[in-house]
Design a protein around this ligand. Sequence first.
Ligand code: AMP
Length: 219
Amino acid sequence: MKMILLGPPGAGKGTQAEAICKKYGIPQISTGDMLRSEINAESQLGISAKKLMDAGKLVDDDLIIKLVLSRISKPDCHKGYLFDGFPRTIPQAEALKIAKVPLNAVVEINVMDAEIVTRISGRRVHPGSGRVYHINNKPPKKKGIDDFTGEPLIQREDDNEKTIKKRLDVYHNQTKPLISFYKSWHRSDNQAPKLITISGTGSIEDIKTEILDSLDSLV
Ligand code: AMP
């Protein structure tokens, strides 16, 4: 399985990615997580990315493309991979196409803007693994604590109302056009990845079943 998970921030990409990756035994490649580990390591890249991320803006395409191409050359990607939060712009999608990075599917999770802000304010993450929880919809077993490591959960700095509105604007202007990109590619080339659109409103379990069933029919 070689796929892209698309959707606005707060659509549940991280949560669904965990289930898909577990089922197919593939790594989750989250560019957001990769950037956050650069920030934690206080690397030059992390320092410059942090300013943009805190403002809800996107990081430079060339830099992201380099990070991803180097990541998928690692041995754990031979069986497949799931891109979470990448590509986010047409130039990033073009770069994958030009590099002939194989892809079976693009799964779009759709959620209305109004619901996103409520969802994101309850989101908590385990910084070490990128595991995502929600205080009401997917609470950890013990409040504020990661189920697997016992380490504390945090609220991301960009998960505040002002930044989330900016991130939604960026999503509509720069990422949503990828839907037409993949639709028209598939119309003209039957080797192109198949676009699957799923409603991200409903129970986590129902959404997971719908995604896994659609993917099963592809492989
Ligand atoms: P995420 O964890 O996917 O919500 O990403 C958090 C932030 O990291 C985004 O708001 C961007 O600032 C940056 N980022 C993550 N992935 C990308 C990408 N593919 N292209 C550009 N910026 C990205």
